[in-house]
Ligand binder design. Structure first.
Ligand SMILES: [Zn+2]
Length: 49
């Protein structure tokens, strides 16, 4: 089953990306993504709806 999660910038807390992931056996997502508010790459963590 797939779950939709929102990726939130850990620096400015804006929710920049939406993605889906496999729920089974997956750990928390943590990705380096470009944040247009910070105007640089920052860590983005998953945030459930
Ligand atoms: Zn940011």
């Amino acid at each position: 089953m797939r779950q939709y999660v929102t990726l939130e910038c850990t620096e400015c807390k804006s929710k920049n990306y939406r993605t889906s992931k496999e729920t089974r056996g997956s750990s928390k997502l943590e990705l380096s993504k470009y944040c247009r508010y910070c105007r640089k790459h920052t860590k983005h963590k998953e945030r459930k709806k």
